[in-house]
Design a protein around this ligand. Structure first.
Ligand SMILES: [Zn+2]
Length: 74
């Protein structure tokens, strides 16, 4: 744990990345579960799996994006 500290008040520019936006909330209709799917490494699509049956969900990012950040897969 050496080299780490949480005294943010003394550092006006803490070396932290901005909050991650790289996920979508997805309702997996197959099992009635809600989970997150995360942006892939290339930043081109969101890929995730149903936590119960492991069905894959993939959302390609199109021009202008979608109107919402919640999706349902069946
Ligand atoms: Zn499922």
């Amino acid at each position: 744990m050496s080299g780490e500290h949480l005294d943010l008040s003394s550092d006006p520019n803490p070396p932290r990345p901005p909050p991650a936006r790289g996920f979508l909330g997805v309702h997996f209709a197959c099992c009635g579960l809600y989970s997150r799917v995360y942006l892939n490494r290339e930043g081109t699509e969101y890929v995730g799996r149903c936590p119960k049956c492991m069905a894959q969900a993939k959302f390609v990012i199109g021009e202008g994006g979608h109107g919402g950040r919640f999706f349902s897969v069946s």
